[in-house]
Design a binder for this molecule. Structure first.
Ligand code: CAA
Length: 388
């Protein structure tokens, strides 16, 4: 049975910060951010959005009335969850009106959470071929004003429906994993901002990629030439380019090298526009690649997922005939409608983030055009609403 991704959608804030402006404000050469880091814009997440509302806004684009009845499993990948006990999947089920016979859980292993969901969905659908699984990866990447990681912030959510006989990507059953207990990036329970050993994390990203990729090639008797594209989790888009270069630099076949570099450029187009999405990042890159419509039916893609701490997985997918019909310009048009903010306004919004607190509070939800918003909290319960 063919199992894979049937539908995909993306949501982020209506506000962004031009990276050139951030570089100037931090007394850095803009080309360091634009070329050295590979980011053009960074999503500025309003205080009326959290991982639950971002996920609901993304899923709203693909969960119609028929899906609400058919979805039987909700898998919510996040590393910026809003509760230590209750999962984001339950909020999502309620906000979207998904039938109450569906089950749902939250999955955490840094940016790997959504990929863990892909593997769970594969097994679930294999046992229940009629199943339709809703997966979301939703996060806000916060490092702090003036930190080294600031230029790699961002946020947003990817939503996907997985099923048998998918319309977009058939996922391969085999993959290569690597898990190691390392401290490259983490977020203690008392913090909304990540702690990171930036250089070490970037080195380990490449080490994890090379090891899982080479293991996969050996185990499956594969060749790099059989990949139409290799795409990555993109904490910043230069990271993926560095990882790709590590396996193509010694290739003699220039055509393969050029093809992989061209497809990589297509795969980082959307990520350049928003910054790090954590769990959703690899899948935004997939959407970006499919959006270019350059792949042909049946071609094989390699996907590398990395979650600090750390877990890496290299797996594959094959593009389904006719996928182009289902990948419209909606995401690009949505990103083009966003409004730029100044560095001063970005810093104000950043500082207004709804940190865990005891007191009742209200967000600036009235300014937020998103369908689902976080209004604030009362008696330590988050108040979500759908705007008309
Ligand atoms: N023009 C063009 N390029 C320039 C330049 C200029 N004027 N000035 C500098 N550069 C280049 C540098 O040469 C460098 O390129 P290489 O990486 O190819 O060597 C690049 O710009 C970045 O420069 P620095 O290394 O000096 O940048 P930095 O130290 O200020 O910060 C960072 C970079 C360490 C990634 C930092 O932003 C950070 O800590 N980010 C958060 C951590 C992170 O994203 N890690 C990624 C792996 S972990 C992961 O994947 C999980 C996750 O999602 C977080």
């Amino acid at each position: 049975m063919k199992i894979g991704i049937d539908k995909m959608s993306f949501f982020t804030s209506d506000l962004y910060l031009p990276m050139e402006d951030l570089a100037k404000a931090r007394n850095e050469d803009p080309n360091k951010y634009l070329i050295g880091i590979g980011q053009s814009k960074q999503a500025v997440i309003r205080n009326s959005q959290d991982s639950v509302t971002l996920a609901a806004n993304a899923a709203l684009k693909i969960v119609d009335d028929s899906e609400k009845e058919k979805i039987d499993l909700i898998l919510f990948g996040t590393e910026s969850g809003v509760d230590s006990s209750k999962s984001g999947a339950i909020y999502l089920q309620s906000l979207l009106g998904i039938n109450s016979a569906a089950s749902g859980v939250e999955l955490k292993q840094a940016c790997f959470g959504l990929t863990a969901g892909i593997q769970m969905a594969m097994g679930h659908i294999a046992l229940h071929p009629e199943s339709r699984v809703l997966l979301v990866g939703s996060d806000i990447a916060r490092y702090g004003i003036g930190t080294l990681g600031e230029k790699t912030q961002g946020g947003g959510a990817m939503a996907m429906i997985m099923s048998a006989n998918p319309h977009l990507l058939e996922i391969g059953t085999e993959s290569a994993h690597l898990t190691k207990d390392i401290m490259d990036f983490w977020r203690p329970l008392n913090r909304s901002e990540a702690l990171v050993d930036g250089k070490y994390s970037s080195e380990e990203f490449i080490n994890f990629f090379k090891e899982t990729f080479e293991n996969y090639i050996e185990k499956e008797n594969e060749s790099i030439a059989n990949f139409a594209a290799i795409i990555f989790h993109l904490p910043y888009t230069k990271m993926g380019l560095k990882a790709l270069r590590s396996v193509i630099e010694d290739l003699e076949d220039q055509k393969v090298k050029e093809r992989l570099l061209e497809r990589f450029e297509e795969s980082r187009y959307l990520n350049r526009e928003v910054g790090n999405l954590y769990t959703g990042s690899l899948y935004l890159s997939l959407l970006s690649l499919l959006h270019a419509h350059s792949l042909k039916a049946g071609e094989q893609i390699g996907l590398f997922s990395y979650g600090s701490g750390a877990e890496g997985e290299f797996f594959t997918g094959r593009v389904v005939e006719g996928y182009e019909k289902y990948i419209t310009d909606e995401t690009v048009a949505f990103l083009e409608r966003r409004t730029p903010v100044s560095v001063t306004e970005y810093e104000r919004i950043y500082r207004s983030f709804m940190e865990p607190q005891i007191d009742d509070c209200e967000t600036e939800f009235e300014k937020d055009p998103a369908p689902f918003i976080l209004k604030g909290q009362k008696q330590q319960q988050r108040i979500y609403e759908k705007q008309q």
